[in-house]
Design a protein around this ligand. Structure first.
Ligand code: FPP
Length: 245
């Protein structure tokens, strides 16, 4: 029998959507939704750690988000910087290892510095991996991986016919983190929006109608409970999947 402590997703990916709508529905500036969103993130990460989830990847800022009005982009960047500085010591104390993935060269130097500091401070963490996808695009990640393989082919270090799925997968930004078992998207939209397209092929999807600032530990636990009822077949029959063969 599978109890609540069993079959915990090893890796949860999160698209924290709906900050803007949450604020607008209250007559508040959108940035107030983002501010509230960073507070919620703290509680959700703690709840994931308590559940025994070993990896969480958060879509913090997409390549497409660069197209937002510059004052909103600036406000999000400064919230992320403050979040990383404020949480750094506590993340380290909790054994959470933090890393950022994406085109970080497009970020301001002080945000990159805050990222490097939290990465350094938490590098010994072994209880959970927390990855922030920042200035991240899934197709950009695949392009970067292909470029890296192409360089090896051009220099004669790699035969084109030796390229397998795992060869390309190993060039993704965080190849040591297993593919997500569960994707949680808040805000009710049914799409993956260029988030981890390579890694999500067999991920279970959970769309929450809650806007991200209204999401919390209870909603996370509910998503995990529903995940535990899913049958993951990976293209096989149900009987095969249940038999484990
Ligand atoms: C999505 O809501 C939120 C963003 C694109 C901004 C970045 C996310 C946060 C600040 C919360 C996560 C916290 C951390 C620490 C990574 P939206 O603005 O797209 O909302 P809308 O769909 O209602 O407009």
């Amino acid at each position: 029998m599978s109890g609540p402590e069993e079959n915990i997703p090893r890796h949860i990916a999160i698209i924290p959507d709906g900050n803007g709508r949450w604020a607008e529905s209250r007559g508040l500036p959108r940035n107030e939704g983002h501010r509230r969103g960073t507070e919620v993130m703290r509680d959700v990460i703690e709840a994931a750690l308590e559940l025994g989830v070993s990896s969480v990847t958060v879509y913090a800022f997409s390549m497409e988000n660069w197209g937002r009005p510059s004052d909103e982009v600036d406000a999000i960047m400064s919230l992320l910087r403050r979040y990383l500085r404020r949480e750094r010591d506590e993340l380290a104390a909790k054994g959470i290892r933090v890393r950022a993935i994406g085109r970080l060269d497009m970020l301001d130097a002080d945000l990159v510095e805050a990222i490097r500091e939290v990465e350094r401070s938490t590098e010994q963490g072994s209880d959970m991996r927390l990855t922030f996808a920042l200035s991240y695009g899934g197709r950009t990640e695949i392009v970067d991986a292909v470029r890296s393989l192409a360089r090896d082919v051009a220099s004669g270090h790699l035969e084109p016919d030796a390229i397998e799925e795992k060869t390309l997968g190993a060039r993704m930004y965080a190849p040591d983190v297993p593919d997500p078992d569960l994707l949680i998207r808040t805000g009710g939209e049914h799409r993956i929006s260029n988030f981890l397209p390579w890694q999500l092929v067999y991920t279970e999807l959970w769309i929450s109608e809650a806007l991200w600032p209204d999401f919390g530990p209870d909603e996370l636990r509910e998503a995990v409970r529903l995940y535990q009822q899913r049958e993951r077949r990976f293209g096989r029959t149900g009987a095969q999947a249940r038999g484990g063969s």
